[in-house]
Each structure stands twice: as C-alpha cells, then as structure tokens.
Design a protein around this ligand. Structure first.
Ligand SMILES: NC(=O)c1ccc[n+]([C@@H]2O[C@H](COP(=O)([O-])OP(=O)(O)OC[C@H]3O[C@@H](n4cnc5c(N)ncnc54)[C@H](O)[C@@H]3O)[C@@H](O)[C@H]2O)c1
Length: 350
C-alpha cells in the first residue's frame, strides 16, 4: 500500500483525492490544513484517519510513502523542501513556486536529496497532448515555424464558477501580496508548459501583462489588494528556431476553461483543442494534405494521469519528466515574462 500525506485540503485537494481513490493500493493516510474545519471536512469526506494543522508535525510523526502539496502557490517552496529533506517523494501543485528564487531553492533541494519530484501540470493528463508531443518529436512536421497557443477563462466576467468577490479561494489569486503571480502564474504556467512540452525550450520572450479595473472601490477587498495580472500576451522564440504567441486571460468571455495549441512546421501542422477532446489531436501532414489544407482527427489511446504517474514513480523509483527541473524552467518563463513586461523589452531566457 502507498500511504500519502496531503497538505492543503482546499478546492483542488478534492480533485486529487478523487483521482487517488481510482488507483488500486493508494490511500491518503494523513492530511493537513491550517484551517481545522477544512481539514476535518476533507478527512471525513475521504476517510483520512489522521489530521494535522502543522505540516512539520505531520512529516515528523507519519510514516509516509509520498507527499502531495496542494497549498496555495506561496507555500509550495517551504512545504515541498521540508518533504524532500525528509527523503519523501513529492507531487507539488503548479506553479512550482511563486518566484524563480524559490523554484531554484526547490531544485537545489532535490539535487541534494534525490527523491521522486513532480509538478502537477494537469493538462499532461490529456492523451491527445501526450501523443501530439510524440508526433512533433518524431520530426513528422519538419522544422518548427509557427505556434499559437492560448488558455482562456472568464471568471472575472462570468458567475458560472461563483462570484470571485466573495471567496478567499478566488481573492488570493488576484493579490500579489498573497503570493499570486496572477493569470500568468495560475494558468499561464499551464499554457507555457503545454507549449514547451510540444515545441521545446523557449529562448526569448516579449510579454505584456494587464490588470483591469474591476469596479471595486480602492481596488481592494478586505486584506486583498487586487493587483495581480489578469491577461497576458507573449511573443516567444523557440530554441529550435520557431516563432509563437502564447496568451491567457480571465476575461475571455464565453470560455470556461479552454486550452488550445496550434503547431506548424514546414511539412505539417498539429492542433490540440482540449475543449473539443482530451484524447484527440488534429493533424495536417504529408504533401497532399498540406497542398489541399486537409486535416485528420486522430483518436489516442489512454495514457496515465499525473496521479498514476506519481504513484508509478514511487513504486518503480523512476522519475517522471514533469519534474522540478521542468517546473523551474517554466517558472523562469514566468519570471522573464514579468521582466519583459516591466522593461517593455524582449528578454533572452538564460
Ligand atoms: N493543476 C491544476 O489544474 C490546478 C487547479 C487548481 C488549483 N491548482 C493549484 O493548487 C493549489 C491549491 O489551489 P486551491 O484552488 O485548492 O486553493 P484553495 O485556497 O482552495 O486551498 C488551499 C488550501 O491550503 C491551505 N493552506 C494554506 N497554507 C497552508 C499551510 N501552510 N499548511 C497547510 N495548509 C495550508 C488553505 O487553508 C486551503 O484550505 C494552488 O497552488 C493552485 O495553483 C492547480
């Protein structure tokens, strides 16, 4: 049996628990939250036998096979490092950290204490994306030329997911003081990961971030100053020579949670649209298809979820590619996006 300790029993933790409940031989044996009420409600719902309010105490007292860090972004670094220093495999929510210095500390920790380390880039759960990555890496599209990818949400305009004005779970995402990097850190991180997973490393970024007037007096609600970015547009160059745009917004009315990537090489193109399907991609490849703008839809066989990958990695000792090193690279893209916005310049990613 794999016994996990889960830290941060808020919204996303319930999704993690649902996913673990589908995996044979896995159990959350302890959970921790600074909110006693949330921890107790989570433990009751998922039959977790032991509850803590201090993660250090949990790490000290429990015999765990792995730790799942589902706390807000600002707590990712210290909690994950504490688990790593105890020699425990760790799955950390995205973004790896709330700044590049913390991401580098986390990377240094797993270098010092080599344990299984993963970041939960959820859209890697798409078998369509996993298969599309294989197609791009096979060279079937030729040389990378042009990329367009986006992640669109609308919860600042829509009440479809609730009213952001009334919940801490929304408000921390709008406040830099509460550790949020805005839409860039929240969902930009996914689209940067998805795009670089498909197209390889990014070498240059020119980014514009935007925070709009939300009609809130003083632009604050209680302790939350609503200063985090809400839309961004980046123009990027890839190390292998392609050019692309990557953008995301919380103001994309009509879209709940839409991720899309279009990748064009000089011999073919591939498209992922997760609104349409998680287990398909579309491809235009081969001279006849290229000449006649013909696309085919390819249905892809299932691939393991991130939760299954984490458990498999614990069982086999074999590291998954969605590791802290990749998480820190994506964090660098976020960092240099902010730098570019500040200076108005294109920034070279070291
Ligand atoms: N991979 C995805 O698609 C995805 C989706 C949503 C959220 N997330 C990420 O998951 C994380 C949590 O998001 P959420 O929506 O569940 O937030 P949330 O605010 O609903 O829950 C976070 C929980 O962590 C607890 N917490 C805070 N500090 C703590 C500490 N020091 N020790 C223990 N518990 C602590 C809070 O009390 C809260 O219950 C964030 O990093 C977020 O970016 C990822």
């Amino acid at each position: 049996m794999i016994g996990l300790g889960l830290i941060g029993t808020g919204g996303m933790a319930n999704h993690h628990a649902t996913q673990y409940s589908k995996i044979e031989g896995v159990k959350i044996i302890a959970c921790c939250d600074v909110s006693k009420e949330r921890a107790s409600a989570f433990a009751a719902k998922w039959q977790v036998p032991r509850i803590y309010n201090d993660y250090l105490e949990m790490l000290e007292k429990e015999k765990l096979d792995g730790v799942d860090n589902v706390t807000p972004d600002a707590m990712h670094a210290d909690i994950s490092i504490a688990a790593v220093e105890k020699g425990l495999p760790i799955l950390c929510e995205k973004p790896l950290a709330s700044n590049l210095a913390d991401a580098e500390r986390m990377l240094a920790a797993v270098d010092r204490h080599p344990v299984i380390n993963m970041v939960n880039f959820s859209y890697r759960n798409s078998s369509g994306l996993q298969a599309a990555v294989e197609v791009v890496r096979s060279g079937a599209l030729g040389q990378l030329r042009h990329v367009e990818s986006s992640y669109l949400q609308s919860w600042l305009a829509s009440r479809g997911w609730g009213d952001w004005r009334t919940g801490d779970n929304w408000l921390w995402r709008l406040s830099t003081k509460h550790g949020s990097m805005g839409v860039l850190g929240d969902i930009g991180v996914h689209i940067y990961d998805m795009t670089s997973f498909l197209c390889g490393d990014i070498s240059e970024i020119q980014c514009t971030l935007r925070t709009f007037d939300k009609g809130v007096p003083g632009n604050r609600i209680g302790d939350y100053v609503l200063d985090a970015n809400e839309s961004f547009v980046s123009t990027v160059s890839f190390k292998n020579g392609g050019l692309g745009t990557i953008h995301a917004s919380r103001w994309a009315v009509g879209h709940a949670n839409s991720l899309r990537a279009r990748v064009c090489g000089d011999q073919g193109a591939i498209e992922i649209d997760l609104d349409r399907s998680y287990d398909e991609y579309r491809i235009c490849s081969g001279q006849d298809h290229v000449d006649h703008f013909k696309w085919e839809t390819v249905k892809c066989p299932p691939t393991p979820t991130n939760y299954e990958r984490f458990v498999n990695a614990i069982r086999t000792g074999k590291q998954d590619p969605s590791d802290f090193a990749n998480g820190a690279r994506i964090q660098a893209y976020l960092h240099y996006s902010v730098e570019s916005d500040k200076t108005g310049q294109r920034v070279v990613v070291p």
